[in-house]
Design a protein around this ligand. Sequence first.
Ligand code: HEM
Length: 250
Amino acid sequence: YPIFKPKQESWSFSGPFGTYDKGQLQRGLKVYKEVCAACHSLEFVSFRTLSDLGYSEDQVKSFAAEYEVQDGPNADGEMFDRKAVATDYFPSPFPNAQAAAAANNGAAPPDLSLIAKARAAERGFPTFIFDIFTQYAEAGPDYIYSLLTGYSAKPPAGMEIPEGTHYNPYFLSAKSLAMASPLSDDVVTYDDGSPQTVQQYAHDVSAFLMWAAEPHLEQRKKVGFRVMVFLALFAGLVYIAKRQIFAQLK
Ligand code: HEM
């Protein structure tokens, strides 16, 4: 059975001058919080980094306070739950991996902190090597978008779908996965007037997960451009110096 290639979407952060669209990241965060966080975690993303999305310190604090995290041990050696603070990380909704797997037909939902990077390399050798040079960093979000919007496809005739799994031709390792389609129109309310459709949600949450996996993308691109300009000028200088030095030796 064929595995579909991810659709190539257009992203604000693509290309050498790409930047994140803060409005989009804020919408993606809302989708993550209201939908994905029911099963997934972002264990490498701390609440305080949400200030990158344009939130004030107080907004970050009150956002974090909506989550409970485990802390301890206390003086009696016991673990206890407390309200999250800005320096905590997005917790998993499950106490441990076994419980996560048990609740999802044996397949634990993966942590999504680095999924946008992890799935980019799945383009396979040697394509992902060329991606480094062509600055094609969007394979991850393309994949997530395609997966989230790919559930409507009909399974090919004769294909067996194991109980508790759902057909999705974009899923990599098998053709059906333990995650049911998590999105449907109007499940998340946007307050900036953006369309409340599966496509828009999938776009926004994929962009958000790209930010989660690569929060310093903008700085990296900026520095990269300056380095290229510097190298071009420096190469010119070296060439002129070489001509000067060797001029007398002719
Ligand atoms: C797997 C994203 C919501 C349960 C995954 C994967 C991604 C993802 C990228 C990895 C697929 C791969 O390995 O290539 C999302 C996003 C969500 C969301 C962006 C919100 C829009 C949910 C919800 C549930 C869930 C609400 C539970 C009801 C799972 C499970 C897997 C999974 C069980 C593992 C599937 C398997 O390996 O068979 N999800 N997810 N997800 N997700 Fe989600």
